[in-house]
Structures are given as C-alpha cells and as structure tokens.
Design a protein. Sequence first.
Lengths: 97, 773
Amino acid sequence: MTIDDPTTPTQGRFAIAVEEARGDGSAPLPVPQDGDIVQRTWRGAVAVVRGLSGLDKYDRYVRHQERTHPDEPMLSEAEFWRCSWEAEGNNPRARCC
Amino acid sequence: MSVTRTAGQKLKTDPALPPVAVVEPISFPLRQKILFLALGIIGAVAWFFIATLRGENVSAVWFVLAAVCTYLVALRFYATLIERKIHQPDDTRATPAEEFANGRDFEPTNRSVLFGHHFAAIAGAGPLVGPVLATQMGYLPGTIWIIVGVVLAGAVQDYMVLHLSIRRRGRSLGQMAHEELGTVGGWFAIVGVFTIMIILIAVLAIVIIGALASSPWGVFSIAMTIPIAFLMGVYMRFIRPGKVGEASVIGIVLLVLAIAGGSLVNGHPQLSKFFTLSPVELAFAIAIYGFMAAILPVWLLLAPRDYLSTFMKVGTIVFLALAILIVLPVMQMPAVTKFALDGTGPAFAGNLFPFLFITIACGALSGFHSLIASGTTPKMIQKESQARLIGYGGMLTESFVAISALITAAVIDQHLYFGMNAPLALTGGTPETVAAYTNGLHLVSGAGMPLPDATAAQFAQAASEVGEKSIISRTGGAPTLAFGMAHILSQIPIVGAAKAFWYHFAVMFEALFILTTVDAGTRVARFMLSDSLANIPGWQRFRDPSWRPGAWLCTAIVVTLWGSIVVMGVTDPLGGINMLFPLFGIANQLLAAIALTVVFVVVMKKGLFKWAWIPGLPLAWDLFITMWASWQKIFSPNPKIGYWSLNAAARQARAAGAQTFQGAKTPDQIDMVIRNTAVQGTLSILYAGLVLIVFLIGMRIAIRAVQKNGLPTSEAEGMPSKIFAPSSFVPTRLEKEVLAEWQAAGIDPSGDGRLPGMHHTSQQETVQEENQL
C-alpha cells in the first residue's frame, strides 16, 4: 500500500509506516476518564478559559521545565512572570485594528 | 481496496508512538449531504429575503441566517478546496510550534484555545467601525461585501498566509516577502508595513476621541483604566506575585465600578467640568499616554490592561451577538440609500464603487491580519491541517462581528444615524440645526416613503437617554455603535433598563482595545524603526532594546508621527474622520495586496498554475478597487473626493483673500485645510506607489515561474511530528480511533512535556533572524 493518494500527494512525507483504519468499530476502547460528563465538560471549559487568558502559562512552564530540564533550577511563579513580561516588552506582538 | 480506502489511513513517524496523522477518506456521507443541503436552502432563502424585502419590517434574523449558512458552506467546500489543491497539509510534518517548542512563544496550543487567541488578535475596532460608516449607503451593499468578501478574499488571505508561515518556521510577512520577492521587494514591503501601522494607530485614536470628546462619563471611565491597570500590575508583581487570575478578577470588578461611577461624575458640576476635554486636549492626552505606555515596563500597564481587554472583547462581542438574536431588531435604514448612487454621503464621500470596499476593510478583507497570521499563530498551532479552522474559520468569525456591527447601525433611527455621523460643519452642533439638516436630507423609509421630520427634542432626548450632553456629530463610528448597542439592549427586559450604562459600557469596550492597539502598535513600530536604524553603519547600538536613549528616541519619533496625524485629524475644519478614514482603508487594503502578492508568487513558484486564481482573484479585485480609490483620492477633480483638488481649491480661496472655505471659518483654518490635504495626498501617493512596486516585482517573479515551470520556494526542510491532535473542533471517527490508541498507550498526544528542548540552537537562529527585521 502506497501513501501517495492522488488527492493528497504530499501527505505523509515523514511517514515511516501506514496503517489502515479499522473502521469496523474494533478500535481500542477509550480508557475510562475521571468524573462524569458534566465534570469533564466543566474541566474542559476551565482549561479553555485559562488557556485563552494566559492564566495557565506558569503551570505549562513548570511541566515543560520538569520534563526537559529537570536539572535546572525552577523559577518561582513571581520570577516566571517577571521574565515573561520582560520578554513581552522586548518582543511586542501587534494587535489588529 | 475500496473498503480500506473509505475508512482512511493512519500514518506513523515513530514505531514507538501511535499514529501522528490521518488520511481521511474522500467521502461525503448522507448525513452531511442532508445537513449542507439544508444549510444551502436556508441560506438561499435568507439571501432572497435580504435582496428583495423592501418594507418597514426587514428583520435582522435574515442577515444572521444568510451569514452563518454562507460561512459554514464556504468553510466546508471552498476552504477544503484550497486545502486539497494548494496547501496539501502534511500532519506528519512538525509545525514550528512543535519543532521549536520552548515553553514560551513557540508552544503547541490546544486548537480551541488557539482559535480564541487568533480571533482576539485579529478582531479589533476595524470590523466594528467600517460597517457602521458604510451603513450610510444602506444595509445591502455592506452585507454583500462583508459576506462575499470574506469567503473569497479575507478568509483566503488569512488562511494562505498562515499556511505559508507554518511552512517557514513561523516567519513574519516582512521576512517572507524578503525571501520570496528578494531584497528590494522585501524592503518596500517593510516600509509599507511601517507607514501603514502609523496611519492605523492615528485613525483608531481619532475614532476613540470622537466618542470621548465632551463626554465626562466616558473620559472618567477610560481614565480610570490606567490606575486600575497600575493597581493590577503592582498586585501581580509585589502584593501577590504571579497571581494573575486574582488580579484579573479585581480589575474586572473595578472596571464595571468605573463605568457605573461615570454616571456620578457626569452629574457632579465640578467633576464633570474637570473631565470634559476637547478633541485637541484628548489628542495630546493619547499621544502622551502612547509614549508612556510604550516606555513603561510591560507589567505595569500593558500586560494587566491586555487581560482586561481580552475579557471585554470576547465577552462583549458574544453578548452583542446574543442580544441581536434575542431582540431580532428591525432595520430602519433602507436597503440602498441615495448616497450609494450619488456619492454625497456625510460619513464619507464617494460612490459605492470603489469607496464601500475600502471603508469596510476589516470584516471582509484586512491586510493587517497577515501580520497576525504570520509570526504569531504559526508558533502555537499543533497541526498543519488545523490552519483551515483557525485561519479561514477565525476570519469568518470576524466577518460575523462586522455583520453584527452593520445590523447595530442599521437599526438606529435614520435621523439619529445621520445626525451622529455628519461632520459638525453640516449639522451645526445644536438640536435645532441638526434637525433642520437631517430633514433636509429627505430621508426615505425602507418602503420608499418619506420619513416624518425629526424634531430638535428627539436629538436632545436621545442624548440624555444615554447620559451624554449631545450626540450630534459624534463621528468615527464608535459612538454610533455604542448607541445602537444600547438601543438593542434596552429592548431586553431588566437588562435594558440601564441604557446609559450600556452606552458607556460599549464605549469603554471600544476604547480599551483601541488603546491596546495603540500602545502595542507603538511598541512594534518602535522596534521596526530601531532595527532599521541599526542597519546604518555605526548605529548598531539601536538594536539593543535595553539601551534607553535609543528606545526613547525611537518611541518619540513613532508617537510624533502618529500623534501629528491625530492632531491634524481632530482639528481638521472639514471633519477628520471623513478625510482620514479612506486613507486608513486604503492602507489596510494595500497591505492585503502585499500579502496576497506574496501568497500568489508562492503558488506560482510551486507550479500550481491551475489553482493560482484562488489567491489571484482577491489580489486582482483588491488591487483594482484600491488603486481606483487611490486614483480618485489623488486625481479626482471633485474637491469632495480628491485631496489635491481640494488642496487647489483651498489655495485658490486663500489667494483670492477669502475668509471662509467650506467648513473652514477663518484664514488660519483655510491654511490648515491646505496643509492637511497636502499630507493626505502625499500619503495616498506613497502607499499606492509602494504597493505597485511590490506587486510588479511579484508579477515578474510569477512570469519567470511560468517560463521555468516552477521555481524553488523558501519552504523550510521540516522534521517528523511526534504529536497528534484533531484538525477541527470535533474529532472525526478516524481521529477518535487514533486518540484512543494514544490513550491506550498512556501517552499524552499533545506532546505536553515530551517535546524536547533539543532544538534550542535552531530556535536561537529563528529569534535572531526575527530581530533583524
């Protein structure tokens, strides 16, 4: 099976393996998640609002730092925001009209 | 073969990881067929009613339906055509966000969050103000251009620029122009971007001055945002360091109190006098503010105010859309007014062709978006295939904002609309003179019947209802939008009781993000200027952002440039907004021409000649209509339209010793007209010239591409992706299957934490390149 479907000639330039979709409903069942649908929706909504307003920036920084540079000292929340405002001051982003 | 094909394929880039991309089967299931058939029919019916209903009771519901159905059909079919035939996104390839992930500006971000970010960055005052002014020609021309324009031009530009930048390490439009059009083309593009930013900041400042002049309530509540931002900044830095969420809540509460408190200031004899500022005083206040905001540390003013403005922006836009759906107001403006045909409209002069198309810039096609779609959003997108939703879909959302603004303006009583939007020289400024003026316009209803005459008392009452001394000649679009919003909201029980509060809430909402654009724009322009100056031998020091004298000097130059246009605009005897708004629209549309030229050249270089019409069509239309408008602004013999013929007429009047000239009441004011028109005329020539050069350079490269059957582009090499995310809000069946595989393997598909910091070297390169432009 080749991956050069005539409609999407460049899809999969970096693919090393192609699997056919099962498409018959035999996909692995999702692992049950914590909480019911209401709780999960609420958590999702909170995550979107926090992401949109940038309130989760520090949490994301901590996760990133823990996994990629565990040996380096972690900035405190106050230090992190100080650096991030500093960077914003030197790399302003345009807002639209 | 056919069985497996219809179910699609899953692509892997790493044997140890679940698939990172899917190839969706090309299929059109029956359920979708029925859905889109229904959308098509509803949309067609709505369009039919908009186009043919001519009565007293044309409801806003048809506009909402026509817009939403057209958007969904376009997103499903036209955007998908662009995706398949031109972009061919490859989800096995890492986006810049993944490749250069650094936990800061480069970071794969959830698609819903990114959609919100992208929308908040592209939506501003532009899509609100332009449609309000264009309503003077009736609701029909504006509605058609906003909806058709976004589908074929605006969303195409945003989507294509976004894809281009994703394939080029998230580079900015200026950098891409440099690489695709060569050094000369690149430099002209950068000068174009810089000058366009200056006029943009200036016109937005004039718009907000129009809403704040002689309005103690408005000035008080806007002024209060500065101490509120300071307080939030100090809170986040010293009192409870890093507690951004708490500070935002405090800020929003204080903001609402500041709007409500404006009512007390308005009623207080001394305080209201203190906060009553003239347009010139406000112009200087905004210039000083812009300078301070650009040199003060970000944490003190810019960052806290940014949080406030994001909440206000998204919240108010959603609120307005809901209010329109609840109230379903009825249009007061006819479908087409006589001003569309004779070009004598008071809000801006000129005929429908070409001036409607530069007045409604943002909302249908906005060149400024190409600066957001390149540079910012590509550094956060997870998958190439998400660009359709974010780029094309984000612009459709902005177009919906423009439709909401148009509805809001079109439901205002016509006498009030024209009384608010005609310059002072026409209305005379008192309720009696303005009533005489609008009665003299011989306005007709939607059914073509003459409207009953307005009385002076109507204008006085309309002003007192929204807590203002006067609503006459409050030009610029912002006050009209606020007035229309208050009018719509006042029809909702309970909520609507506070009409004056909602008027000032809307003014505050516009002022907040205009001020954000002003100081962010000043900062961006300052950096562009200092980086350019640093290229002069011996002046390298300008590149160092911490070198204070350099930063202050560049900021001062930038503020002086836009500040002098603001002062020019507010003192203009002929009404600054109708002299300068066309220039703003022309600048924005010409920036779109630069962006579309870059996109078109890349499509040609890739040898996709058969599909080059997709960017070629909006490029040709945009260039044609904007050059036509520029031509008229430069060469028209009608002094109401042509800057230079007005200049000549004013010179003649001055030479003949005239004491007055049109709106100019003294010889000094005539001199002012002469000076202002010369500046405006020169800017028109400058913009048109810059863009024509960029366009011609682009066409030469395109012709060479045809001769050589394609040319190499500056697309980056790329690397395999190791993350997975659905391409749209709702995952497809196949995407769900892949997500389940990631879940079963116990790995977070979004790559949270898995993304290596090993690309830091290449990221440094990118950052450095960026600093050079």
